[in-house]
Design a protein around this ligand. Structure first.
Ligand code: NAI
Length: 338
């Protein structure tokens, strides 16, 4: 790939700065030339650490002035939809972090914009689809290793020490189901090749009452029924003490696949008077750094070569639709049909 894709990034926070580093240093064919954040210190960081030449405090100005071919959106979830649509309308390839939008109307508007620009690459950051273990499980399922898959059990679990950040994040994240379970929803659809038809969610603020005050929860559990009768059981916790414990199990008619059941950092095990110990990954980036790099490489390769990503805007809509139904079920205490 001799031609370079000129990129602008929107959002340089917890995750945006990791994406920016990947685009600046580790993605063949990428040329990170512009960055946008509402926080001046983040723009100074991008100039100083990554030598990004064009920086903006305003996304609209970046689109109007920067010489870019693509935009990489890692801003707050509440602004994704506007930024995706205006990026596509400006004739750019667009990558957006999850969730694609935090309402169904937003997602449908994005689907329309994507359809209106068929020559532009559009991808949503469903990072698990790019994690080597999750990918390998998908290939095994496609090869028939577990027969017909009919049950996905999946969880996303964060360390308790991040709870204060998560509380502040609630107003712009869409809440626990759209922010965290969205990954489990996406891979359940992906592995079962089916669409969710009804959901039931429960949960509460068992450790941090601040989540209840924000009308959210710190631990949840959800049941999903798919069109063909297949099932998923999904849970989330923001109050773990051992590590970032994302794991998934897929049961089929001929076997079970388990992915990352113990979130070990490496292969070292310590055996001492207190028993056997392993060190765990601390946060989502620790666990999924390979996936974040792989998804950025895929986006840039698709934009430069015309290859089509194997993910569509309707996957983003479907996940948001389910996340929204789970949120409703949690608040209303009823089964919600999609
Ligand atoms: P953060 O709060 O640390 O950073 C948000 C960034 O967005 C800041 O740089 C802020 O300046 C920027 N921003 C906000 N409004 C903006 C606007 N109107 N124009 C331009 N920039 C704007 O948030 P964090 O944790 O980095 O999350 C960012 C996004 O990444 C969220 O949508 C989140 O859901 C997603 N995310 C995805 C993960 C995954 O596993 N794929 C993990 C963590 C976050």
């Amino acid at each position: 790939m001799s031609k370079k894709l000129r990129l602008g990034i929107a959002g340089l926070g917890r995750l945006g700065r990791r994406h920016a580093e990947n685009l600046a240093w580790r993605v063949p064919g990428a040329n990170l030339v512009a960055a946008c954040s509402v926080l001046p210190e983040e723009l100074e960081w991008a100039q100083r650490e990554l030598q990004v030449p064009q920086t903006y405090g305003d996304y609209t100005r970046m689109l109007a002035e920067a010489e870019i071919d693509a935009v990489f959106i890692a801003s707050s979830s509440s602004v994704h939809a506007d930024q995706i649509i205006s990026g596509l309308d400006r004739g750019l390839h667009v990558f957006s972090e999850k969730p694609m939008g935090i309402s169904i109307d937003e997602c449908l508007a994005i689907e329309e914009a994507v359809a209106a620009h068929p020559d532009k690459v559009f991808m949503v950051g469903f990072v698990r689809r790019f994690d080597p273990s999750y990918r390998s499980a998908k290939k095994m399922i496609e090869a028939g290793a577990i027969g017909i898959p009919f049950l996905v059990r999946s969880q996303t679990v964060d360390l308790d020490e991040y709870a204060p950040f998560q509380v502040k994040f609630v107003p712009t994240s869409g809440g626990i189901f759209l922010d965290m379970n969205i990954h489990d929803i996406d891979i359940a659809r992906w592995y079962l090749s089916d669409e969710v038809r009804s959901v039931y969610a429960i949960g509460g603020s068992y450790v941090h009452s601040e989540f209840a005050e924000a009308k959210d929860a710190d631990n949840t559990c959800a049941l999903l029924k798919f069109a063909t009768g297949k099932m998923a059981v999904l849970s989330v916790s923001r109050t773990a003490f051992h590590g970032h414990d994302t794991h998934t199990e897929i049961t089929g008619s001929k076997g079970i696949i388990k992915i990352g059941m113990t979130p070990t950092r490496n292969r070292v095990e310590l055996f001492d008077a207190l028993g056997a110990h392993v060190e765990c990954v601390k946060d989502f980036y620790d666990r999924f750094s390979e996936g974040f790099l792989a998804e950025a490489r895929e986006f840039v390769e698709c934009a430069l070569t015309g290859k089509t990503p194997d993910m569509e805007a309707r996957d983003g809509t479907a996940a948001t639709r389910v996340g929204f139904a789970l949120t409703r079920s949690f608040h209303e205490g009823t089964i919600v049909t999609l």
